[in-house]
Design a protein. Structure first.
Length: 170
């Protein structure tokens, strides 16, 4: 790991040990991740003896949500690829590999949004912090404009193929 690891220090989970719960979150095994249960999930990145807060999310159906994250990039739902893309970017930047471990906290569907907000505030994970210093509106607009441009190119081609035309100018 290179010197950039110092930037991850604020995401370090103090006192973490493998397979131990993180507060009320428990490690989510493969069997549990296939269940249709609602709750809050917490992705943690592991490197050696260190665990880092990565992402907190909510789901009414854990099995469906985990399947969404495993799919290849989908134009209709680019958000599903954010975990994989963010992990890959971090690995490139840190010049090391991380294991992605899923923790889960069951809760009723009615309390999902509040519980997720509470957990994001509590843990301030790398991918979805609520701290305003990370909310750069100019950067967000740049991302939106790139996504819109890509979607426009995709749908221009899609429409041409679907309508069996050589050009949209016809």
């Amino acid at each position: 790991m290179n010197e950039n690891v110092k930037y991850l220090k604020k995401y370090l989970i103090d006192g973490w040990t493998k397979d131990a719960p993180i507060d009320d979150f428990k490690v989510c095994g493969a069997d549990q991740a296939k269940k249709k249960i609602s709750g809050i999930y917490f992705y943690v990145l592991i490197n050696g003896d260190n665990a880092y807060k990565f992402y907190v999310g909510k789901s009414k159906n854990l099995a469906n949500r985990m399947n969404d994250y495993k799919r290849t990039f989908q134009c209709r739902s680019p958000d599903d690829s954010k975990i994989r893309m963010a992990k890959a970017a971090l690995e490139r930047w840190m010049e090391c590999a991380f294991e992605l471990v899923l923790y889960f906290l069951p809760c009723g569907a009615a309390e999902l949004t509040k519980k997720e907000t509470d957990m994001i505030k509590k843990y301030q994970p790398l991918i979805n912090p609520k701290n305003k210093q990370y909310r750069d509106r100019a950067w967000e607009q740049t991302v939106v404009s790139h996504i819109e441009a890509a979607y426009n190119r995709y749908f221009d081609e899609f429409v041409k193929i679907a309508l069996d035309v050589k050009s949209l100018d016809q």
